[in-house]
Design a protein around this ligand. Structure first.
Ligand SMILES: [Fe+2]
Ligand SMILES: [Fe+2]
Length: 475
């Protein structure tokens, strides 16, 4: 079951050749997907041969094979983790019942919505990142960008498979619509806010892959608990790929910081202007980028109180992060959770029914997880002997969704007046000038083993290849 058949037009481990209707539907969607990749995939890259990993099995050991691939020829396909015999639903009202192999009629609309919302993020990020190859800081980084892009493409395939197989005609229509929306488009944007933001430079890209791909991890973890077994199995396999995306982000930001610290020590300065004049990104700018990406990403978890979240959980569609490891009753009918509220313009805590607060529960799990990498970035700064610390902003900072959207809060969690916000927002969020400065550093470095001045080389290459390996053949 775990072996992937690459001799077929659509590589898969789901016995696609036994379901001719489904195979035909997917083969009909495939050219549209490839056209989307031509139009919206990495700009100018279609003839490059890229040293990419491709899944050859879903076994935890050795699922990846590395080799040069032209990206339009990447073997996108459909891979599910093997089924767990006798798997039961382990939360919500259906706790203890057999996991569903088909979509239960009463949950059909909600499940479709969950799958479409997840699916929409995958091509969105490819669109957001499509110009970055033109300004890559190295071949190593260019290759990592492309690896992330092809895997997001495969994640789209994963969701489209579910739509085609389990949702009939409306599933097929949703699959087409996933290729029609465009990140940032006025008339037909992607579904979620953060996926309509620009990713205009590589610092944004690393922040995005650290923070926003990590949102992906948490959403996928919650869906991997689903009572709808095909969704659980496909998201489990997607998670194996997501780890690399977050690595690209964490190590990328780390390398930017390291290079900045080296220059600060060489010049014996912490003056942002002097640091910038030396062609590296000053730490306060890095902090502002962090504030931006963190705050737009935590909005992705949705409103802090949500009856949809309660429904998705109680009906067994979407669990909590690490549901199986928790020791409560997995029904949560009598539990409460502490959320932030705004009363008379001030932040106060209040207890609300846990089921309604499950978006907040997932957001808080996410926040705990994302703080870890920020601490590792701080160790780089500490090691360099520089008295500066990066912090994640308060969760009420710069929010556009939920209760906290209505107020202005500083990164350290103080409610501020409109006037103070306007006066100080330049210290807290990237300014046009910051973005223009970062953009001015983005040149294209493609000689093997060479790196742009503003970023340190990685410690190791990909797949134990040397750092100066030819990761991309430009032809
Ligand atoms: Fe993804
Ligand atoms: Fe990702």
């Amino acid at each position: 079951m775990s072996a992937i058949n690459y001799s077929e037009k659509i590589p898969n481990n789901v016995n696609l050749d036994e379901d001719r209707t489904l195979r035909r539907a997917l083969e009909h969607w495939q050219p549209n997907y490839l056209q989307w990749w031509q139009d919206m995939g990495p700009e100018g890259s279609h003839d490059y041969e890229v040293y990419l990993r491709t899944a050859v099995s879903v076994d935890p050991q050795g699922w990846a094979q590395f080799g040069y691939v032209r990206m339009p020829d990447y073997r996108w396909g459909i891979f599910l983790n093997p089924p767990e015999p006798g798997r039961k639903i382990h939360f919500g009202d259906h706790l203890g019942e057999d996991a569903w192999q088909e979509v239960p009629g009463e949950h059909r609309a909600n499940l479709r919505r969950i799958i479409v919302t997840q699916g929409d993020t995958e091509p969105a990020s490819v669109e957001q990142q499509r110009h970055l190859g033109l300004t890559c800081p190295s071949q190593y980084d260019l290759r990592n960008l492309f690896q992330v892009n092809v895997e997001e493409g495969r994640h789209l395939w994963a969701m489209v498979y579910l739509l085609h197989k389990y949702f009939g005609r409306d599933g097929r229509e949703e699959a087409e619509a996933l290729l029609e929306r465009r990140s940032g488009d006025q008339d037909n944007p992607r579904i979620l806010g953060a996926f309509n933001e620009k990713t205009p430079d590589w610092l944004s890209f690393y922040m995005f892959t650290y923070f926003t791909d990590r949102d992906g991890k948490f959403q996928l973890c919650a869906l991997a608990e689903s009572g709808f077994d095909p969704l659980a199995r496909t998201t489990k396999f997607m998670l194996t790929e997501e780890a690399h995306h977050m690595f690209v982000g964490e190590s990328g930001v780390g390398r930017v910081i390291q290079r900045t610290c080296e220059v600060m020590n060489q010049l014996k300065t912490d003056d942002p202007d002097k640091v910038r004049a030396a062609g590296v990104i000053d730490l306060p700018t890095i902090q502002r980028y962090l504030n931006f990406h963190f705050s737009v990403t935590i909005d992705l978890f949705g409103a802090d109180q949500s009856s949809n979240a309660a429904t998705f959980y109680s009906s067994g569609l979407k669990g909590r992060f690490e549901e199986g490891k928790r020791t409560d009753d997995h029904r949560l009918k009598n539990d409460t959770y502490r959320v932030l509220d705004v009363v008379d313009g001030r932040l106060v805590e209040k207890d609300v029914p846990m089921l309604n607060a499950l978006n907040e529960v997932l957001r808080d799990d996410y926040i705990r997880d994302s703080v870890g990498g920020v601490e590792r970035w701080n160790r780089i700064i500490e090691k360099a002997g520089i008295p500066f610390r990066l912090t994640v902003p308060h969760k009420a900072f710069h929010r556009r969704i939920g209760t906290l959207a209505g107020i202005k809060v500083s990164p350290d969690g103080r409610v501020v007046s409109e006037a103070e916000w306007n006066e100080r927002v330049r210290e807290w969020l990237p300014t046009d000038e910051d973005r223009a400065f970062v953009a001015s550093l983005m040149g294209r470095v493609v000689e093997p083993g060479k790196f742009a001045n503003w970023i340190a080389p990685p410690v190791m290459g990909i797949n134990r290849q040397p750092v100066n390996f030819e990761y991309v053949r430009f032809n």
